[in-house]
Design a protein around this ligand. Structure first.
Ligand SMILES: Cc1cc2nc3c(=O)[nH]c(=O)nc-3n(C[C@H](O)[C@H](O)[C@H](O)COP(=O)(O)O)c2cc1C
Length: 199
């Protein structure tokens, strides 16, 4: 039987129109598609969420949370390109993960939606380190949620020069690095699928 293509959910951790991370997530998504994955690239702007508040949750879960949980449930892994804010990941990224981790409509664990799935992470910044510190924090948060974060990662510095448009990364070494991240995620996602099939 032919192997099913791994399904990956991709987003940039920035809302702004000209986001370098939105440009970079297209490079990562293209790499994963070239490796045989089906990639759903979403805009977090289309899933507007308040800062997590238990009272809002008690009054009724925001529709965007249910939509994101449904997306997470039907994908095998995550691709994220994150900015760095003051040496860490932006609140947008953490807040999105926190809301998804809340109990599902069926009363199941939201954290369970991430369990044993795979993630690939990259970052972009106008600064020289490319947002590297945000990757350390994001890796830790995703691991805590039960995702296997592939060891390959890329931080693109001087992003204004290197990322002139969506999906264009003007640096051969960095582009190969991003494609390595994508390839590792696809490889591990296929492994997870076959482990699940034989379990
Ligand atoms: C609140 C704030 C804090 C920032 N802190 C950092 C930082 O620690 N390191 C860094 O490289 N860039 C930092 N920046 C600059 C961002 O890298 C830059 O705004 C980048 O363009 C954001 O990503 P985006 O283009 O995908 O929106 C910060 C920007 C903001 C708004």
């Amino acid at each position: 039987m032919p192997e099913a293509a791994p399904r990956l959910l991709a987003f940039a951790g920035s809302l702004r129109q000209g986001s370098y991370n939105r440009r970079l997530i297209h490079v990562l998504a293209d790499g994963a598609r070239a490796g045989g994955a089906e990639v759903t690239l979403i805009e977090l702007r289309d899933y507007p969420l308040p800062i997590y508040d238990g009272d809002i949750e008690s009054e009724g879960m925001p529709d965007a949370v249910r939509a994101l949980q449904a997306l997470m449930a039907r994908h095998d892994g995550l691709l994220i390109s994150t900015p760095e804010y003051n040496g860490s990941m932006p609140a947008l990224v953490k807040n999105t993960l926190d809301w998804i981790s809340r109990p599902t409509e069926e009363g199941r664990s939201g954290v369970g939606l991430f369990q044993d799935k795979v993630a690939g992470i990259v970052s972009a910044s106008p600064g020289p380190l490319g947002g590297l510190r945000s990757l350390l924090v994001l890796r830790d948060a995703l691991s805590k949620l039960g995702l296997l974060v592939v060891p390959q990662q890329v931080a693109v510095g001087q992003a204004a020069d290197k990322l002139p448009d969506y999906g264009i990364l003007n640096d051969d070494r960095l582009r190969a690095g991003v494609h390595n991240v994508a390839a590792a995620v696809v490889r591990h996602a296929r492994g997870t699928q076959s482990n699940g099939a034989t379990a």
